[in-house]
Write a protein that binds this ligand. Structure first.
Ligand code: OOB
Length: 551
C-alpha cells in the first residue's frame, strides 16, 4: 500500500534522476549512513536538555521503535498523526515511522482540536503519537472523541506520563534491551513514494497536506546542507518548531544529520531559552523568524560573550526588514543568511559569498538550477526582471498537488504544473528574489501562517455572526497581526465572547484575531466579493489615528 499523490511528469523525473537530484534512497539514510563507520556513529547527533544521542543511538532507538510498531501489525502505507514538542522523541519517532513506511503528518505543538481533527479526518491514521505535556492530552476526553470519530485509529503512543495508550519511553527502554533478537523484516516506502506529509500554511477553509517523497525531500536536504556548508563541526540550534520545513530541512535538523553535525533542541526561540544553550554547546548556526530576531537583538547586550561560537543566523518565514537585517552582524556577531522557503517545496538562500546588498535586500536565490521560476502579471504573462508579479514554480523538490484536493489543485497549479505560491516577488538581474507582497488569502503573523477562510468559517459558526472577514494589520514586531471585521445581529456582542467561541472551537491560539472590529456591513468589490483591500486600509487608518491619539 502506498499513499496516492500527484506524480511529476516522466520527462522531468528522468531529468531529476539524470542530474543526480533523485538518488533512490529513503530519508532514513540521512542518519543510517553514519552508522557503518564507528567514528561517525559515535558522534553526537542530538542534544535534548540533559540527554545526548550519538548517531548509533539515534539509529538504534528508531530501529527499536520500528520493530515494536511492526510487531504490532503496522506496515507500509499506514498513516500516523504525530504531535510532539521539540524533544528527541520527535526525530526518533519520525525515523521509526519512516523505517516501517508509516506516513506521518507532523502537527505543530501549538495546534489544537480544530487542526488535529482536520489532519485525522484527511489521513485516517492508524496510529496517533502525542505528548502528555499538551493541554489536550492531560486527560482522555479528546482522545475518546477522536477514537469514536475515527475507527482506523488502533493505537496511541504517549510521550511522558501515559494516562491512556502506550508509553513511548517504556517501549523504547524495553525494545532497547531486547535489541538484536531478530532481523528486521520491514522496509520504508520506496524512495519514489510519499515519505510524509508537510503542513501547508494554507489559504483555504481546511488545512492542506503536502505529500513529500523521499527522493524530493532528500534532495532538498542534501543541497541545503551543501549551500550552508554544514559539516561534522556544525552545531545547530533548533529553536523553531521541529516539524517546520525551515527547521527540518532548510537545512535544519535533517541537513545537520546528513552532514554528521549536532542538533541541539531548544523548547522555544526566546533569548532566555536559546542564549544559554548556544553558550553551553558552542552552537555555530541557528534559524529564526523575524520577531525572534528583534527579541534577540534587544537581549544581546545582557548576554555578552554568550554568542561567540555563533557563525550563522538564518532568518526566514516572513519578510525581514533591511534595518533589522543590518543590525544582525554588529549586535549578534554572526553572519546573516536570508531564507525564503515554503513547505510545498522551493527554498531560496542568500549565499555566504554574496555581497551585503544581496544579503540585506533579497530573500536569496533558488537551491537548484532546475528550480523553474515564473513571475507573472494578472493576465498570467511573465514580467521582466525588477517588476513585481506572482511567483510560480516547479522543480525537483516542489510538490505537484495537495493530498486529496482535486478541486483546489486546479487553481493551485497552472497548466504546466507550476505551483502558484501566492507570493508577489521581484527578480533581480542577478537571479535573486525579493518578496514584496502576497496574493493569497493568508496572514503571516511573524512566520506563523493563518488561512483567513479557516477563521472566518469558525466565526460564522457563532449564531450572532452574519459575516466575517479576516485581514492582516501591520505590527512593528510581528510584521503582521490579524484583524477580524464582523457583522452581527447582536449589538451587545463583544470581542471577548468571539475569542472564547473560537477557543471552544479548538482553534490554535496564534490564529485568534488580535483585533475584532464590529461593522454594519462589509465592503464589496464589483464582482460581489468582500473587499479585503479596503478593509486592510480601514484598519491601517484606524491604527494611525489611534497612534496619533496615544502620543
Ligand atoms: C516557510 O514555509 P511555510 O510553508 O510556513 O510558509 C511559506 C510562505 C511563503 O510562501 C511566503 O509567503 C512566506 O511563507 N515566507 C517569506 C519568507 N519565507 C517564507 N516571506 C518573506 N520573506 C521570507 N524570507 O516559511 C519556510 C520554509 C522553509 C524555509 C524557510 C521558510
Amino acid at each position: 500500500m502506498t499513499i496516492p499523490f500527484t506524480p511529476w511528469p516522466a520527462e522531468l523525473i528522468e531529468r531529476y534522476i539524470e542530474n543526480g537530484y533523485w538518488i533512490d534512497e529513503p530519508l532514513t539514510d540521512i542518519v543510517a549512513r553514519h552508522c557503518a563507520d564507528p567514528v561517525s556513529a559515535s558522534r553526537t547527533a542530538l542534544i535534548c536538555q540533559q540527554r545526548q544521542f550519538s548517531y548509533a543511538e539515534l539509529n538504534r532507538l528508531s530501529d527499536a521503535l520500528a520493530h515494536h510498531l511492526h510487531a504490532q501489525g503496522f506496515q507500509a502505507g499506514d498513516t500516523a498523526v504525530v504531535q510532539l514538542p521539540n524533544v528527541a522523541e520527535f526525530y526518533i519517532v519520525f525515523l521509526a515511522l519512516l523505517k516501517v513506511g508509516i506516513v506521518p503528518v507532523n502537527a505543530l505543538f501549538n495546534h489544537k482540536q480544530l487542526e488535529l481533527r482536520a489532519y485525522v479526518k484527511q489521513v485516517q491514521p492508524s496510529l496517533m503519537v502525542v505528548s502528555e505535556r499538551h493541554q489536550l492530552f492531560k486527560n482522555e476526553s479528546f482522545v475518546s472523541e477522536l477514537n469514536a470519530e475515527t475507527p482506523t485509529i488502533r493505537n496511541w503512543l504517549v510521550e511522558g506520563d501515559a494516562r491512556f495508550g502506550t508509553s513511548l519511553t517504556e517501549i523504547l527502554m524495553a525494545q532497547q534491551k531486547a535489541r538484536g533478537a531478530e532481523m528486521a523484516d520491514f522496509t520504508s516506502t520506496p524512495a519514489t513514494e510519499v515519505a510524509f506529509f508537510q503542513l501547508s500554511g494554507g489559504s483555504t477553509g481546511t488545512p492542506k497536506l503536502i505529500p513529500r517523497t523521499h527522493n524530493d525531500y532528500y534532495y532538498s536536504v542534501r543541497a541545503s546542507a551543501e549551500i550552508c556548508q554544514l559539516d561534522t563541526d556544525t552545531v545547530y540550534l533548533c529553536a523553531l518548531p521541529a516539524p517546520h520545513n525551515f527547521s527540518l530541512s532548510s537545512p535544519g535538523a535533517f541537513g545537520v544529520f546528513y552532514a554528521g553535525g549536532t542538533v541541539v533542541l531548544a523548547t522555544d526561540p526566546s533569548a532566555m531559552s536559546c542564549f544559554p544553550l548556544i553558550h553551553k554547546h558552542r552552537v555555530t548556526m541557528t534559524a529564526l523568524v523575524p520577531p525572534a530576531v528583534t527579541l534577540w537583538l534587544q537581549a544581546a547586550s545582557d548576554f555578552q560573550n554568550y554568542l561567540t561560537s555563533l557563525n550563522v543566523l538564518q532568518v526566514g518565514g516572513a519578510r525581514l526588514s533591511e534595518s533589522l537585517a543590518k543590525q544582525i552582524t554588529p549586535v549578534l556577531g554572526c553572519q546573516l543568511q536570508q531564507v525564503f522557503g515554503m513547505a510545498e517545496g522551493l527554498v531560496n538562500y542568500t549565499r555566504f559569498d554574496d555581497d551585503s546588498w544581496h544579503v540585506f535586500n533579497t530573500q536569496g536565490r533558488p537551491i537548484c538550477k532546475d528550480d523553474e521560476i515564473k513571475i507573472v502579471d494578472e493576465q498570467g504573462n511573465e514580467v521582466p526582471d525588477g517588476i513585481a508579479g506572482a511567483l510560480l514554480t516547479r522543480g525537483p523538490y516542489t510538490f505537484r498537488g495537495y493530498f486529496n484536493s482535486p478541486a483546489h489543485n486546479v487553481s493551485a497549479f497552472d497548466t504546466d504544473g507550476f505551483y502558484r505560491s501566492g507570493d508577489i516577488v521581484k527578480r533581480t538581474t542577478t537571479g535573486y528574489l525579493i518578496v514584496v507582497g502576497r496574493d493569497k488569502d493568508q496572514i503571516n503573523r511573524g512566520g506563523e501562517k493563518i488561512a483567513a477562510e479557516e477563521i472566518e468559517n469558525q466565526l460564522l459558526v457563532h449564531e450572532a455572526v452574519t459575516n466575517a472577514a479576516l485581514v492582516a494589520m501591520p505590527d512593528t514586531v510581528m510584521g503582521e497581526k490579524s484583524c477580524a471585521f464582523v457583522t452581527t445581529t447582536d449589538p451587545a456582542l463583544k470581542a471577548i465572547t468571539l475569542r472564547k467561541h473560537l477557543r471552544a472551537q479548538g482553534v490554535a491560539e496564534y490564529k485568534l484575531p488580535d483585533r475584532i472590529e464590529f461593522v454594519a456591513h462589509l465592503p464589496m468589490t464589483p464582482v460581489g466579493k468582500v473587499d479585503k483591500q479596503q478593509l486592510r486600509q480601514t484598519i491601517q487608518q484606524t491604527l494611525i489615528i489611534k497612534k496619533e491619539k496615544d502620543v
